[in-house]
Design a protein around this ligand. Structure first.
Ligand code: NA7
Length: 547
């Protein structure tokens, strides 16, 4: 069902607040990179609309205790400026949220980005005006912008998810979400704290707050595979060594399947004997962190190979948790390692050896209700002062579908994607001319280092816009058949992996009723980059560029 296209009524003033070449939504890593590239390198006018009161995207919102990136800081930053590389020193292997936010502020100030960003401006509506060939964009605070192009740089994990629990509004204690953590101090000292969720965020919060609180109740639905982060503080000599190899390291990231600085092997886990495999896993365990998943080439494609890694991790969990019952509850057995986003941790499992930490298995006895003082499962009551949701996000599509986006003939993106996201290369969707998505569904984004994905998308979009403008092509749109083929390719690629064997957010399983389709492209960043390069070389095959 479609309704006629209509431009946004800007009521009192017919002119929008900002009339630019490109409206970018989001001032996280993707939006800032897009702004700098389009404005400073390509001479376009840009307005960035950002919901938060400051720049930083997920790193602005995820201020929970213990928040860190689980990709090496050296690899989780921009690569466009050698001057920036020279003047910025990361202090730790995995940067904390405050350090990453300082970096983002440094970049925003150094490249004078703030002057083109409207903060506190959450986009609620974006409408394609067929008559003029522009996007009209409106924010909840009344700010309006008009651009020939619209870039959604809204992030894959930014629309928070908080499960409905009966009676939650009656709770008299404090309710927090990891991805919407208050900016001011939160006092957890001597409090009875409950936390729901043991994904990457929960795994970071739990060991950080356990020593502070009177008692911590961890409500776990599915146990997680986690390997030690092997975190370390970087010394001057570490940094000097990293700097000396930075150009080669960056080149390696760009040409790797994952964007991670872990060597890629072609060896199968089944090609070696038990002793050799065990030694190899031990070596990765001691250093690789997230890269443990890359210890052998077939860990995500062959269940028997995967079982060898999963068994190894399970044996390590067994060494780390004292109580046999708790140990069993923490041990993942129902899905392959890596099929849900794997975690890295510092002392997560050991936290359950503390007398003030209780693991509550909510798969056996689900959450039932909240009262003024307590969280109840079906079989027990837990009195709490603070309840923390570490329940993650409406992944990949959430931030794109919450605003009302209307394309050609007034069709909404929600309608177009009602059976799951449809994109060409993860970058464009048919019927929504001149709209681009950075690191969206259909791109590798979440399956690797998202910074490498972001920079590749920014370069691709910038080249495409400049070329189209130079050629007098005002409208760019994904071809509907090319889109269907790409979505099929994304599905086929995932079908050859073990990703399909877990109820993960890659598959839309995190939200009841969300279409179950595998959303990211699982063919790897390197292959994806080549595909995009080929598409560009073929005159942007699969895109209609109408003069
Ligand atoms: P995740 O990884 O999606 O984890 C969410 C956790 O919350 C996970 O343990 C979920 O259990 C649990 N959860 C979600 N909904 C519920 C309900 N309704 N009841 C009980 N438990 C629930 O989000 P994170 O914030 O930890 O990490 C997101 C990303 O940030 C991460 O992938 C990295 O890229 C960084 P489930 O497994 O669904 O049973």
């Amino acid at each position: 069902m479609t309704v006629p296209a209509r431009p946004i009524d800007t009521s009192s003033a017919s002119a929008p607040d900002f009339d630019v070449d490109v409206v970018v939504v989001g001032a996280g890593f993707a939006g800032l990179a897009m702004l700098r590239e389009l404005r400073d390198e390509r001479g376009m006018s840009v307005r960035v609309l950002e919901a938060g009161d400051d720049v930083g995207g997920v790193w602005y919102w995820n201020r929970y205790p213990g928040a860190r990136c689980d990709v090496d800081s050296t690899d989780y930053c921009y690569s466009f400026s050698s001057e920036l590389d020279e003047e910025w020193d990361w202090s730790e292997r995995y940067a904390t949220q405050p350090e990453i936010l300082r970096y983002v502020h440094h970049v925003a100030d150094k490249f004078d980005l703030r002057r083109d960003i409207s903060l506190g401006s959450r986009v609620t509506e974006a409408v394609w005006d067929e008559g003029t060939g522009h996007w009209d964009v409106r924010c909840g605070n009344g700010v309006t912008a008009r651009g020939r192009y619209l870039v959604m740089a809204t992030g894959c994990l930014s629309a928070t998810k908080r499960p409905e629990i009966d009676g939650l509004e009656s709770f008299r204690g404090q309710v927090l979400h990891t991805a919407d953590w208050p900016a001011g101090p939160v006092d957890l000292q001597e409090k009875r704290v409950g936390i729901i969720g043991t994904g990457s965020s929960g795994i970071q919060v739990i060991p950080t707050i356990a020593p502070l609180v009177e008692h911590l109740y961890v409500f776990q639905r599915t146990p997680t595979f986690s390997v030690p982060a092997q975190h370390q503080v970087l010394t001057d000599s570490d940094r000097a060594a990293i700097r000396a190899q930075l150009p080669e390291r960056r080149e390696m990231l760009r040409n790797s399947p994952t964007g991670l600085s872990v060597p890629v092997t072609r060896q199968s886990a089944l090609d070696v004997d038990d002793a050799e495999r065990q030694a190899h896993y031990e070596e990765y365990w001691e250093s690789a962190g997230f890269g443990f998943l890359l210890a052998y080439a077939d860990l995500l494609t062959n269940r028997e190979a995967n079982d060898t890694a999963a068994d190894f991790i399970r044996s390590k969990i067994a060494e780390r948790v004292e109580d046999p019952e708790v140990r069993e509850l923490l041990t993942p057995r129902s899905y392959p390692y890596g099929a849900k986003r794997p975690c890295v941790d510092t002392g997560f499992y050991e936290t359950f050896n503390r007398p003030n930490v209780t693991l509550v298995d909510i798969s056996a006895s689900p959450l039932a209700k909240v009262t003024e003082t307590s969280l109840h499962t079906m079989t027990a009551e837990y009195e709490l002062d603070v309840l923390i949701f570490a329940t993650g996000f409406d992944a990949m599509t959430g931030a794109l579908l919450r605003p009302e986006i209307r394309g050609r003939d007034g069709r909404t993106l929600r309608d177009h994607w009602s059976a799951g996201p449809l994109t060409y290369l993860g970058l464009m969707t048919s019927g929504f001319p001149n709209m681009f998505i950075v690191a969206g569904p259909g791109s590798p984004s979440l399956l690797g280092n998202v910074m490498v994905s972001i920079e590749q998308h920014v370069a691709f979009v910038a080249d495409l816009l400049v070329r189209s403008m130079a050629e007098g092509v005002p409208t760019i749109e994904a071809d509907a058949d090319a889109e269907v083929e790409w979505v099929q390719r994304v599905n086929d690629t995932a079908a050859n992996t073990l990703y399909m064997e877990a109820a993960s957010y890659y598959l839309g399983a995190e939200i009841p009723g969300k279409p179950r389709v595998f959303m990211p492209y699982a063919g790897g960043l390197r292959r994806y980059r080549r595909e995009c390069d080929e598409v560009a070389k073929d005159g942007y095959r699969g895109l209609h560029r109408r003069p």
